[in-house]
Ligand binder design. Sequence first.
Ligand code: SF4
Length: 877
Amino acid sequence: MKDDRVCEIRSTCPYCGVGCGVCLSADAAGGLEVRGDPDHPANFGKLCSKGSALGETVGLEGRLLAPRVGGTDTDWDSALSLVASRFKETIAQHGPESVGFYVSGQLLTEDYYVANKLMKGYIGAANIDTNSRLCMASTVAGHRRAFGTDTVPGSYEDLEEADLVVLVGSNLAWCHPVLYQRILRARKKRPEMKLVVIDPRRTASCDGADMHLALKAGTDAALFNGLLCAIHDAGAVDKRFVTHVNGFDETLAAASSDRDAVTGLSDAELSAFYDLWIRTEKVVTVFSQGVNQSSSGTDKVNAILNCHLATGRIGLPGMGPFSVTGQPNAMGGREVGGLANMLACHLELENADHRAAVHEFWGSPQIAQGPGLKAVEMFRAAGEGRIKALWIIHTNPAVSMPDADAVRQAIADCEFVVVSDITAETDTARLADVLLPATAWGEKEGTVTGSDRLISRQRAALPAPGQARPDWDILAEVGRRMGWYEAFDYASPAEIFCEYAALSGVAGKLGRDFDISGKAEMDDRAYDAMAPFHWPQSAERQGGRFFADGKFYHPDGKARMVPVRYRPPEAKQAPRYPFRFNTGRIRDQWHTMTRTARSPRLAAHLAEPFLDLHPGDAARLGISHADLVRVESPEGRAILRARLTDAQQPGDVFAPMHWTGETAPCARVDALVAAVTDPVSGQPESKASVVAVTKFQAAWYGFAVSSRAMIPRSAYWARARTRAGWRAELAGSTQPEDWEAEARALFGLPDAEVQTLIDRRRGLARIAFHQDGQLLAALFAGPQPVAVKRDFLATLPGSDAPDALTGQPPADRPDPGPLVCSCFNVGLNTILAAIEEKGLVSVDQIGAALEAGTNCGSCRPELAAILASTQTMEAAE
Ligand code: SF4
């Protein structure tokens, strides 16, 4: 049933590239009610667990509220004068190539536009790159090679209209949950619709799929080369469409010579997939980071595109290749020139006519003459002293870049570092010379583009706190102070958007597809009221799919099939580093957690960093479930909690990339990732480093809860928010001499009333602190990982809890277990008990009994897995 409540302010979710619409209502206390916008074409009212919890993340705790220079608060005038003068001096002394901007898919298009104009048109270099380089640069490069433009041909409806959806390197269920739910709902209506997952891991997206192809890591190109050969052998090439495509014969020849590449899949699995793909006309191949984040990512993308071009299955209802982007405005960044090798509006830096057109449109003193430094190159240049002034905007490269420890050192060593962000509490912000307070989601006005070319407004529902300013405004002010007053004399984001739309009209006249010139004449009111729309929007064309007409954007108007061969990952497994190391995301966290870690219910899903490894590998290494393990690569090391699961292939391990120096300093997993990049796209290979895994021998393990933030000093710690305060996992290399003193230091409670159970001989300690009859904090420690009811204990701080030291709930208060459903706060134990007591046999029945899975649906794959595990156990009994 459609939600017909009034939508006070319509905006867009700031997390993934699905770009879901939200309705915002601010309350008098500065809070925000967030619900799905029933009219938004990306989500029609649905939100995933992250989007549903947005209201919990807008508080001002930890916000940067004033400019800061050298650690001291100052005013905008002083801070911006310093930034502008240091950039000018650096350029004067060392040239425009000595400065760099590293920006983010969190930026709105208007912010991006000003940053790009400042760097490429006025500073005159192209050293601006976005963290989207880490996410989908290989798709950009693959699209450009095949289509002559970076364009997603179809729209989200195609995922529902397809008869076969293939997910390649995409855990859509966790990373783009609203899209995944759209597919599941379509399958419910049309059970004949098939879902295939291609992924070395058995992820949540595999629950309910018709086929899971657990290929060997990195062999996607070989798999799709095999598909191309099978298409040819089956006579399924669309000979009419291929007249619009160059390179068919060479591409088929390259694919044929790849027939012996080992995917790790059986002949039966391969032919079942190939037969299904070939005989199903309406097929959408969705791909994401598992394809992109590879030293052969661009080739993998082209291997997929080749199959769609050969069959003409592109740009028609229910057919086409479909890249899904990671960030809310990764697509906007691609369109507006946020990448070091692109101009705005799909104009190309390498093209002299395009450069001249932009130069003339901006009336700028110069224009960058060629591509600038891509992300990995930029931080390498900073480390080597070639970049001397660096502006990092809304991103945390000291955590998220490959070889993150080296990047952290490069930022620390750079002569002048400016960071614009909403908080000073990130690993990167702590290294800045100048910190600039920016407005956050919920306070900003602008636009974003989702994965299917839908441009939507983000709107402000909350006032800017303290001295925070929008990014476009900060960037424009620096441009003015650097001497380019008129070029950056913007009064509103609407003005910037209209200039951008007008520039896209120039691009349209040059034959480019990104043309939104139909939006170039808006006033502030029209911009404010602007409804979501698919680009292009020009006099000639409004929205729609691309390429079914055989019109492409290479100079000859044709597409190109690109001959590719399988190339193994750059890093080679060897006795010293025997495991293939894959990094990725978890359901309820986003990037480096600067926003999602504020939500207790999101933190409750998986509260600690972990390493997934196969039970057989673990047994060989003497590692048990829940042990701590040391993970070491040639680049760095980490300590993580081991989870044994046959969802991993033997020899492969997986760790999420969210934890930071703020939340778990031993678990900065990108410090382990080699800074190896795809030679075409410059995207790092974040899913195929090599590591060694050994058991971490701790002298003691602990679990702690507290009503306020803790100050851990132990060799290992990981902390997370709870509704009652904080929880932390701890481990130390040496037993503390004085457990009570250790606990008092951990909690910052020098004088609180204490209750202790300490057995020094056995290394056991249980210590609780109370005040006025309420529990303030408690520590449980022992020589082994402590067996206490964590989810129950996490609820106790601030309550009367005289028996806290038992570590167990009383009989009348069952432990709900680890959180599964974030929306209705339903834990694993509650679900297991309901399955057993009520004989539940389906996810819908669990929903009817407990509400779990009935709101955002993000946990439905986990509910299905829980059901499957109970049914397996029953069968084995
Ligand atoms: Fe936000 Fe979730 Fe929608 Fe992505 S799927 S945009 S995270 S609500």
